[in-house]
Design a protein around this ligand. Structure first.
Ligand SMILES: [Zn+2]
Length: 253
């Protein structure tokens, strides 16, 4: 399962996932491999693409408030601290940070944001946001072997959150292969890793490999520029199909 745009300003991840879906589907239809990976593996392993978990946040970040009624417009204006700088918007339209909402270490997450705002507010309780509840229910239904959540920015891969000792080598191995393909940095396992993200929840709930992949060189509180897309696509083109192979091995073991 590959998920994009938990965060409004991170829509580069949605473009990446749609491009991946198109390319893999075309290769499959033509009977051609993707890189060195045979596309017939897709007969045995499915990829579930969820390109944009937070469409409201993405629209707001792009300065498009046309889907909001007058009260909602007033609310997001206030949550953006009366700034016209929409490009920093990270939350959903209700001012909740969707990747601080999952029931894995939620209580421990520290934030000085105590009410809805454009970033970092974790909500009054886990699963308060409908988007998060929907993704959690869907993940349980699909029961994926591997889950990846694409974000921006920093060219970094987070793969570790309270992984069981017996799964450590397996999960590290998959993360390392992803790092080799993308040229991104692997984060060092931290004992006190901050939780409440989608993959934190996936790793602890399913005891299977989950990765949060940060696309693009580091940018400040905004979206990476579209000009970085060709480079990020080149680095990530094979990630999905490589994980198909890994998932097959997980299933057979
Ligand atoms: Zn993010």
């Amino acid at each position: 399962m590959l998920v994009g745009s938990h965060h409004g300003r991170e829509w580069l991840s949605s473009i990446l996932l749609v491009r991946m879906l198109e390319e893999y589907a075309a290769a499959y239809r033509a009977g051609k491999p993707v890189g060195e990976y045979p596309s017939e593996s897709l007969d045995e392993v499915s990829i579930w693409f969820i390109p944009m978990l937070n469409p409201d946040g993405v629209s707001i970040q792009q300065g498009d408030l046309s889907n909001l009624n007058v009260l909602e417009k007033a609310a997001v204006w206030k949550m953006n601290r009366y700034s016209r700088n929409w490009s920093r918007w990270k939350a959903n339209a209700k001012g909740i940070d969707l990747n601080r909402q999952y029931p894995a270490g939620w209580k421990e997450v520290m934030s000085h944001e105590t009410k809805p705002t454009y970033q970092f507010y974790k909500g009054g309780q886990p699963l308060e946001a409908a988007e998060v509840k929907a993704l959690m229910d869907f993940t349980k239904e699909i029961d994926p072997l591997i889950a990846v959540s694409y974000h921006t920015s920093g060219r970094e891969i987070f793969w570790h959150y309270k992984n069981k000792r017996k799964n450590m080598a397996r999960d590290y191995g998959i993360a390392k292969k992803t790092a080799e393909l993308t040229g991104y940095e692997l984060t060092f396992p931290e004992k006190e890793a901050v939780g409440s993200g989608f993959t934190d929840w996936f790793i602890t709930e399913f005891r299977r490999p989950g990765m949060t992949i940060e696309l693009s060189y580091l940018v400040d509180e905004t979206n990476p520029p579209l000009t970085v897309f060709p480079e990020e696509w080149k680095r990530n083109r094979l990630v999905g199909i490589m994980l198909v192979k890994e998932a097959k091995q997980l299933h057979n073991n």
